[in-house]
Design a protein around this ligand. Structure first.
Ligand code: ATP
Length: 450
């Protein structure tokens, strides 16, 4: 992938995320756990908003997709059937000189720890071993005996929980093909070279949907889902010039896949365009495999056509954490403020994603302004999160909200207590309007939900 023309903002984001309570390194007081991250008060809201938007678009607003929340631990045969025990591997190379470990197929993205910074293998002293295959699944034991018969895996993807429940969901919900099953949940991969903040981690969340279709209609559905998922990413406010399709060529396609495209996003700097979502035509591979390994039929009976078949599957698989990183990178900007010496940092998050929807500020701590601000905040809080801030200059309070992406700031000033109006300032345009206090909630809701 070519380097990006967009600036590198990752280091700035990592520091902003920690300072403002979006994302912390896991177990930081012990020196941190490798590539595992915790979401703080604002981060949990941001990621939850993202997951809610996905759930709404994929499940609630459609009558042909059902939700599911399958367990992380599954019968170990699942992973034999899915091919993960035998084939969920990455090629690993060690460097005998620097003791670094790298993915042989991603050397161009890796950096050797020796200085100056180069790709592994490019220093004269590098001694890379031959690649060997490394299985990415985390193993653990079910029950009190640690023996191989009790081995279970932390799921490396959520999809298999959907496949094994295909008939349970279809029959209980009385859905007819074509229909889909969607779920959001944790997945675990013992990645060889995790990194780039929450881009590649060992524990992450996926939002996956499997759409079951009649064989022969699969490519048509594949194209429909490509269009729908592209539109969803745009609806998050991701800039279209930062989004690009990557089509899997014959050599890159899994042997059972009939077609695959990734939605890639330009993360800026050296990371550039990287996958955030995969859209795959998986044929009948998964259901057929589970039929074979479980001995249970996973066929669909089409009563109208009076025929039985194993449906084909169109999968859409998107990372919640990776997309959270994409919206942070997409929104981060530093800019000058007219009439002020100091510039500002803004997280231009789409209002539906912003963790806090409005800041409420009493201009002074007297004349009933704090009381009025708190009363207004109480009313607004019933509908969405707001943050009352009474400390520092009004400019400082605006800056604090700007850098966490709060779309609107409401100020209670001297005029407010006499005529019951407040000002609302827009994060992006900096325009202010005066609105009757009693109408603020409706004004904001209208803009939030359109
Ligand atoms: P990559 O090639 O980057 O390892 P993948 O092709 O293995 O990704 P999929 O198995 O298609 O990824 O997973 C679907 C989505 O899950 C990805 O598009 C990404 O958003 C997310 N994802 C996968 N692995 C990770 C990870 N280690 N950390 C964070 N998100 C991940």
């Amino acid at each position: 992938m070519p380097a990006s023309t967009h600036p590198e903002v990752m280091d700035k984001l990592v520091s902003l995320a920690k300072r403002r309570g979006f994302i912390f390194q896991s177990s930081e007081i012990y020196g941190g756990a490798g590539s595992v991250w915790d979401y703080g008060p604002l981060g949990v809201e941001l990621k939850k908003n993202l997951k809610d938007l996905w759930w709404r678009a994929m499940v609630r607003q459609r009558d042909d997709i059902e939700g599911l929340d399958a367990a992380i631990l599954m019968h170990p045969r699942t992973w034999e059937a899915s091919g993960h025990v035998a084939g969920f591997t990455d090629p690993l190379v060690d460097c005998k000189a620097c003791k670094g470990r790298f993915r042989a197929d991603k050397l161009e993205d890796a950096r050797c720890p020796q200085k100056p910074s180069k790709q592994p293998g490019q220093h004269e002293t590098c001694q890379l071993t031959e690649p060997r295959l490394f299985n990415l699944m985390f193993k653990t034991f079910m029950g009190p005996v640690e023996e191989s018969a009790a081995t279970v895996y932390l799921r490396p993807e959520t999809a298999q929980g959907i496949f094994v429940n295909f008939l349970n969901v279809q029959q209980s919900s009385r859905q007819k093909v074509p229909f889909g099953i969607a779920q959001i949940g944790k997945a675990f991969r013992n990645e060889i070279t995790p990194g780039n903040f929450i881009f590649r981690t060992r524990e992450f969340e996926q939002m996956e949907m499997q759409f079951f279709v009649e064989p022969g209609t699969d490519m048509e559905w594949f194209e429909q889902w490509r269009a729908a998922r592209w539109a969803w990413h745009l609806s998050l406010g991701l800039r279209e010039d930062r989004l690009r399709w990557h089509q899997h060529e014959a050599g890159e396609l899994a042997h059972y896949a009939r077609a695959a495209y990734d939605v890639t996003f330009d993360f800026g700097g050296s990371l550039g365009f990287q996958e955030i979502e995969g859209i795959h035509n998986r044929s009948d591979f998964d259901l057929t495999q589970h039929q074979q390994f479980s001995g249970k039929k996973l066929e669909y009976f089409d009563a109208v056509g009076n025929k039985r078949y194993v449906p084909y599957v169109i999968e859409t698989s998107v990372g919640a954490d990776r997309t959270t990183l994409a919206v942070l990178v997409n929104g981060y900007r530093e800019e000058a403020v007219p009439g002020e010496d100091e510039g500002r940092v803004v997280l231009g998050l789409h209002p539906s994603l912003a963790p806090v929807k409005a800041g409420v500020f009493p201009l002074t701590k007297k004349d009933g302004q704090p009381e009025m601000a708190h009363a207004l905040a109480r009313e607004l809080r019933a509908a969405f999160p707001v943050d009352v801030d009474e400390s520092g200059s009004i400019g400082k309070r605006y800056r604090r909200q700007d850098e966490v992406g709060t779309p609107w700031c409401i100020t209670v000033d001297g005029q407010s207590t006499t005529d019951q109006t407040v000002t609302i300032r827009d994060r992006d345009t900096l325009q202010q309007v005066r609105v009757a206090a009693g109408q603020v909630k409706g004004w904001l809701l209208e803009r939030l939900h359109g």
